[in-house]
Design a protein around this ligand. Structure first.
Ligand SMILES: NC(=O)c1ccc[n+]([C@@H]2O[C@H](COP(=O)([O-])OP(=O)(O)OC[C@H]3O[C@@H](n4cnc5c(N)ncnc54)[C@H](O)[C@@H]3O)[C@@H](O)[C@H]2O)c1
Length: 340
């Protein structure tokens, strides 16, 4: 029988998703027991590699329900030391598609419910994946810090701010909340997503040899999904005094990139691509962002390891080798196409 170390059990909500499925594998490799609670909105194949692992426990359930977390914990396993809350309706098109009521229930009310159960169970840490899209705009010479004002422009970001407010108000709770405002992710995971800006650009350039770019000069903040995994593990393992009630931007200044820069990197590998530009808004957040990552570097020592070049090479390889044969498939995106 497998001996489970009581110090090393983590519960991940949304663990079948893009970030959660990669994070689950890393935590298992580090010796953690991992419980994943996921309602499998986009399927569950991403977890197959771990399914028979003796330290892996999966429960298909909706975290909007009142007792989901309490009942998900295997009685043979100790109380998790932390909950990493990744479940939600992710991205502005998906939130727009389900509407305000459902988006609020899945993102804000569910987080509150999961957090309340964390306290009841005696879980010591709660890490939430938020987004830098919560900020008002920020200029290159004045990047957004964790103290900058917030001005969410999409329903998705509104819900993320709603969760943050709830959690930060619980800073003195027995369960220490920690918020990561993450950069946009790219790269591959067991649940690939091709509705993320960088991955989508690579796929379009590869499959159509044609790239249509909206708001070309606009900057965003990007990070490889494997760096996001490293950030979460750091958040899990850092001393409580450094993370309790804290918000950290999670990413790196080298990831503050314009769409033009991303296109330039893709064109180095796919020079035959025609690039067309259009100025058009379609309900998302069309602002320019530069984010400061000084706090996380100074307090937690976080640095990214992967570059946009790494991401482009890796995603392109997956397409060229046929490992992903139909990136247009609905399971690789959270909402239907908003532009064709
Ligand atoms: N992907 C990014 O670029 C990015 C950037 C910033 C922040 N984030 C945040 O990171 C987290 C994970 O993002 P992702 O890209 O992995 O998303 P994802 O959509 O790939 O994964 C979300 C997972 O949550 C599950 N889920 C949704 N609602 C649920 C519910 N009520 N009960 C149980 N399971 C539920 C889904 O089935 C899915 O497996 C999210 O909180 C997101 O807001 C992501």
């Amino acid at each position: 029988m497998v001996q489970v170390n009581s110090e090393k059990h983590v519960l991940i909500t949304g663990g079948a998703g893009f970030l959660g499925s990669l994070l689950s594998g890393h935590l298992l490799r580090l010796g953690y027991s991992v419980t994943v609670v996921d309602d499998l909105l986009y399927g569950g194949e991403s977890l197959l590699a771990y399914f028979s692992h003796p330290r892996f426990h999966f429960v298909k359930a909706n975290v909007c329900e009142p007792r989901t977390i309490r009942t998900a914990i295997d009685p043979q396993m100790p109380v998790p030391e932390a909950i990493l809350h990744l479940a939600g309706i992710v991205g502005f098109p998906a939130c727009q598609a389900v509407g305000r009521h459902v988006a609020w229930r899945y993102n804000v009310e569910a987080a509150e419910r999961v957090f309340d159960q964390a306290i009841e169970l005696g879980v010591k840490r709660f890490i939430f994946a938020s987004t830098y899209s919560n900020y008002a705009t920020s200029r290159k010479d004045d990047p957004a810090t964790e103290e900058s004002s917030l001005n969410p422009q999409s329903l998705y970001a509104e819900t993320m701010v709603g969760v943050e407010k709830f959690l930060i108000a619980q800073s003195d709770s027995p369960c220490a909340p920690l918020v990561f405002r993450m950069a946009h992710l790219y790269g591959l995971s067991p649940r690939p997503r091709f509705d993320l800006i960088v991955n989508q650009f690579i796929w379009e350039a590869y499959s159509k040899r044609d790239l249509l770019i909206y708001q070309r000069g606009y900057s965003r903040s990007f990070m490889h999904v494997r760096d996001a995994v490293r950030g979460f593990i750091l958040g899990l393992q850092s001393e409580e005094k450094n993370v309790r009630g804290q918000i950290f931007n999670l990413g790196s200044p080298t990831g503050n990139l314009s769409k033009d820069k991303i296109v330039e990197v893709i064109l180095k590998r796919l020079p035959e691509t025609t690039v067309r530009y259009k100025d058009l808004t379609f309900g998302g957040d069309m602002r320019d962002f530069h984010v400061s990552y000084k706090k996380i570097r100074e307090i937690l020592g976080f640095e990214t390891h992967f570059t946009i070049e790494d991401g482009v090479r890796e995603v392109l390889n997956a397409l060229r080798t046929g490992i992903i044969d139909d990136p247009k498939d609905q399971r690789y995106r959270n909402a239907k196409f908003i532009v064709s």
